[in-house]
Design a protein around this ligand. Structure first.
Ligand code: NAP
Length: 242
């Protein structure tokens, strides 16, 4: 029987590439989205046409009860989740003094709270099985400061703290927790910066280009089978932060 992976925020971008890569690696995948139902369903269809096992489920990862319903559905349709990829995230450029308390709290609820809700929802089965793998998606701004992205950077720093602490706590149970820290990856999230800024950024990156979603997905697939690796943060950033 196939192992089951839940990838949050997988209707597009890094999450979609990860769902494809994990399906190709033999996982049954439960994809997740908040708004882009058509994109999620189109990817499910494509994966099924290729003979893979895939479903998708709408849930706001910031909503604990919606996440519980998603995990219950995935478990009933595909079997218990052995790999969780906490990928769903939101970003935004704004000066610190202009961040409203609501926007600050929302970013924490999605980026960090999503990891909390999803991890708590899948853990009982993983603890019962004495195995499991959790991969969190942070950012290079999770270890370095980012001007005009203070809230985002704080959430991504916290995700690295979550990864290391939870890895220490769960290691005796056989559950591994790791983290990927992407650099500038060519997705909708960075397209809002505009072509001119992205061209300038590409020139600053030692490998001379933005990353591709598949390049993050490949690292996630690697970590899923790296059975002696836990509590680690893997930068995939073209050498941006050296
Ligand atoms: P993206 O293209 O903007 O896609 C975001 C995905 O997250 C979409 O599938 C979106 O669903 C989903 N999502 C957003 N809020 C959600 C919520 N509350 N509940 C459930 N799903 C939600 O982003 P991306 O660039 O692929 O980024 C993926 C992850 O990588 C994020 O955690 C991001 O912080 C991190 N990252 C990205 C970069 C980069 O340069 N792109 C760099 C470092 C880290 P809908 O399609 O339904 O809206």
């Amino acid at each position: 029987m196939k192992k089951t992976a839940l990838i949050t925020g997988s209707s597009r971008g890094i999450g979609a590439a990860t769902a494809i890569a994990l399906a190709e690696a033999g996982y049954a995948v439960c994809m997740n989205y908040i708004e882009q139902q058509e994109k999620a369903e189109a990817l499910v269809k494509t994966l099924r046409e290729k003979g893979h096992t895939a479903i998708c489920f709408q849930a706001d990862v910031a909503d604990a009860s919606a996440v519980q319903a998603m995990v219950k559905h995935a478990r009933e349709e595909l079997g218990q989740i052995s790999l969780l990829v906490n990928n769903a995230g939101v970003a935004g450029q704004i000066q610190f003094q202009d961040i409203t308390p609501e926007a600050w709290n929302r970013m924490f609820s999605v980026n960090l709270g999503g990891c909390f809700n999803c991890t708590q929802a899948v853990l009982p089965d993983m603890l019962n099985a004495h195995e499991g793998c959790i991969i969190n998606v942070s950012s290079i701004w999770g270890s370095h400061g980012a001007s005009c992205e203070v809230a985002y950077s704080c959430t991504k720093h916290a995700i690295i703290g979550l990864t290391r602490s939870l890895a220490a706590e769960l290691a005796p149970t056989g559950i591994r927790v790791n983290c990927v820290a992407p650099g500038v990856i060519d997705t909708d999230m960075v397209k809002v910066l505009g072509e001119e800024t992205l061209t300038m950024l590409a020139q600053e990156i030692p490998l001379g280009r933005l990353g591709k979603p598949k390049e993050i997905a490949d690292t996630i697939v690697h970590l899923a089978s790296a059975t002696y690796t836990t509590g680690q943060v893997f930068s995939v950033d073209g050498g941006f932060i050296l």
